[in-house]
Design a protein around this ligand. Structure first.
Ligand SMILES: C[S@@+](CC[C@H](N)C(=O)[O-])C[C@H]1O[C@@H](n2cnc3c(N)ncnc32)[C@H](O)[C@@H]1O
Length: 292
C-alpha cells in the first residue's frame, strides 16, 4: 500500500543533527565520536569504567548473556573482559536483547528493522549473536551515515532514510530504543502505522515520560517556557505538568490492539551511571508486542 510522506524529523533532532554535523566536520572527530555525538544517542558521558564493571557483574548475576564484543573505534569508555571490549552501550543492548529473547525466538527471526539506530549499538550485538539476520537501520542524517561508517567492514547491514522505509517489505522484528518520545506525535503515528502493516514483532523502549516537546506550537511554547522559568524561581522546580499534553508518555502511544508479550520498567543500571539520582521521569519502560 502507498504510504503518506514521512513527516521529517522533530525540532530537537534537527538541532542535534546540525550540532553533530558540525562536530563531525572537525578533523579527528571520528577518533572520539563515542564520547561526543554518541552521548546524544544512549551513552551517558558520566559512565565510568567502574560503572561498567559494576553493571557487568550485576547483569551477569541476573543471567544476562554478554559474550560479544564492542569496538574501540571512536574511543568509548571501556573495560576488557576475557579479551572482549565491554562498554555501557554493549551492556544496554545485551539487557534489551535479553528481554527480547525471553519472549521471541531470535533464531527464527530473519529480518530486523531498527528505527533510529544512532551509531548502531544494537546492530553490532545482534549481528554477532545472530549472523543470519538481515539488519536494516532507518535513521535521519547524519546518524544514518554515522552508523553506516561505523558498521561497514565489520558487519553487513542496510541503511535507509525514513522515506525509504515506505518501500521496504515486511520485517519479522521492528526495534526502537529511546527514539519515539523524541519525535512528536505525527511522526510516531506514521511509524506505528507502518509497523502495524509490515511487522510481526515490535520491541519498544522509551522514557516513561518523554522530555521533548516536539509538537509544541511556537507561541504556546513561549508561554509555557516563561511559566516554567517562574515556577523554577519560586518553587525551585519546573512546572512540568504544564508540558504534559505535549509529551509522549508510556500510556499515550498509538494503540492497535497488539498483544503485549512483555511490558516492564527497565533496569536503569545501564542507562545512567549508577551514582545518578533517578527520578520517575528518568526511567524507561520496555514492551515487546506481537503484531501478527
Ligand atoms: C536518543 S537517539 C537513540 C539512538 C539509538 N536508538 C540508541 O539507543 O543508541 C535517537 C535517534 O533517533 C534518530 N531520529 C531522529 N529523527 C528520526 C526520524 N524521523 N526517524 C528515525 N530516526 C530518527 C536520531 O538520529 C537518533 O539516532
Amino acid at each position: 500500500m502507498k504510504q503518506a510522506k514521512p513527516p521529517g524529523t522533530s525540532k530537537s533532532w534537527q538541532d542535534l543533527g546540525a550540532m553533530h554535523r558540525s562536530i563531525l566536520s572537525q578533523e579527528g572527530s571520528w577518533d572520539n565520536f563515542r564520547r561526543t555525538i554518541a552521548s546524544r544517542y544512549f551513552t551517558d558521558p558520566d559512565y565510568s569504567e567502574e560503572d561498567i564493571r559494576f553493571a557487568y557483574d550485576f547483569l551477569k548475576a541476573r543471567g544476562v548473556r554478554i559474550n560479544e564484543t564492542d569496538f574501540a573505534e571512536g574511543n568509548p569508555v571501556r573495560v576488557e573482559v576475557d579479551g572482549k571490549i565491554i562498554t555501557q552501550d554493549l551492556l544496554t543492548s545485551s539487557s534489551e536483547l535479553y528481554s527480547m529473547e525471553s519472549v521471541i525466538d531470535l533464531k527464527e527471526v530473519k529480518t530486523v528493522v531498527e528505527i533510529g539506530g544512532g551509531y548502531g549499538r544494537m546492530a553490532l550485538l545482534i549481528l554477532q549473536r545472530y549472523p543470519h539476520i538481515k539488519y536494516t537501520i532507518v535513521d535521519v542524517s547524519p546518524a544514518v551515515e554515522v552508523s553506516e561508517k561505523f558498521l561497514t567492514g565489520k558487519f553487513n547491514a542496510e541503511f535507509l532514510s525514513p522515506e525509504e522505509l515506505d518501500f521496504k517489505e515486511e520485517a519479522d522484528l521492528f526495534y526502537s530504543s529511546s527514539v519515539m518520545s523524541e519525535l512528536g506525535f505525527r511522526i510516531v503515528n506514521h511509524y506505528f502505522r507502518l509497523i502495524n502493516q509490515k511487522g510481526r514483532f515490535f520491541y519498544l523502549k522509551d522514557w516513561k515520560k518523554g522530555h521533548h516537546l516536539n509538537d509544541l506550537p511556537a507561541i504556546t511554547g513561549f508561554g509555557l517556557r516563561v511559566a516554567n522559568k517562574i515556577s523554577k524561581l519560586i518553587f525551585r522546580r519546573p512546572w512540568t505538568a504544564a508540558f504534559d499534553a505535549y509529551r509522549i508518555r508510556e500510556d499515550n502511544y498509538p494503540q492497535f490492539g497488539w498483544k503485549e508479550l512483555l511490558h516492564q520498567d527497565c533496569e536503569n543500571i545501564t542507562a545512567y551511571s549508577p551514582s545518578h539520582k533517578k527520578t520517575r521521569e528518568d526511567k524507561f519502560f520496555e514492551i515487546v508486542y506481537r503484531i501478527k
